[in-house]
Ligand binder design. Sequence first.
Ligand SMILES: Nc1ncnc2c1ncn2[C@@H]1O[C@H](COP(=O)(O)OP(=O)(O)OP(=O)(O)O)[C@@H](O)[C@H]1O
Length: 252
Amino acid sequence: MSTATPQPPIQVRDLTMAYGERVIQRDLNFAIAQGAICAIMGGSGCGKSTLMRHLIGLEAPAKGRVFLQGRDFWAAPDAEREALRRRFGVMFQLGALWSSLTLIENVLLPLGEYTDLTPADARAVARFKLALTGLEGFEDYYPSEISGGMVKRAALARAMALDPEILFIDEPSAGLDPISSRRLDDLILELRDSLGTTVVIVTHELPSVFAIADDALFLDNQTRTLIAQGNPRDLARSDNPTVRAFMNREAP
Ligand SMILES: Nc1ncnc2c1ncn2[C@@H]1O[C@H](COP(=O)(O)OP(=O)(O)OP(=O)(O)O)[C@@H](O)[C@H]1O
């Protein structure tokens, strides 16, 4: 008899990450549930972006395994890895959009590369994604002609172009004023609620974590491993003094 429990979209077993001889984090074990918004947290330089790079298949583990949609990513053949990559969207902190392309052209790029849509259908999808992120009417603008918050939203539209099952976002609110940052948070929450997308966010912004994340991973700088996972509100009451201090912005 099969069990009804769905496979978590992300599962990490005994993951050690290193650059050469230098171990960044070791023995990480965690799963991220379908439809969760999970924040990767921890002090500066603890390895948050490095973990994201491992989860999206840009860096190979020094040890351990990363399962995406139940598949051992690094054990899979190249073609399957490529197919898995297309099932997630990524929004990087920098270099979010091509400055020489309009917003709609930016969103069209992945559609042209990875789908067989006709040009007219691809444009319709791209328009829809821009509308989804509140950018209806700005299709033909260049990134330099719109605000930083709008650029981020357009980058989110592009990351959502292929209807990803998992969305990875590095520092969504970096460089944004509090109001634009709040709008972006609301948008991420809406996308998850309406589309059921699992979202993984690397962030320093505690207000943002409390506003949208229902799960969080806390990477410790000292011990170089995962010392807590759970709802951010629970982590703020953690028995672990490092986690509690961080989540409450107290001096360690
Ligand atoms: N490509 C690389 N080669 C060698 N070392 C790297 C590389 N990328 C990052 N590092 C180092 O790995 C450590 C973790 O970096 P990472 O950017 O993952 O941390 P982070 O938690 O995201 O940092 P921050 O909060 O400051 O953005 C840092 O000491 C960094 O200098």
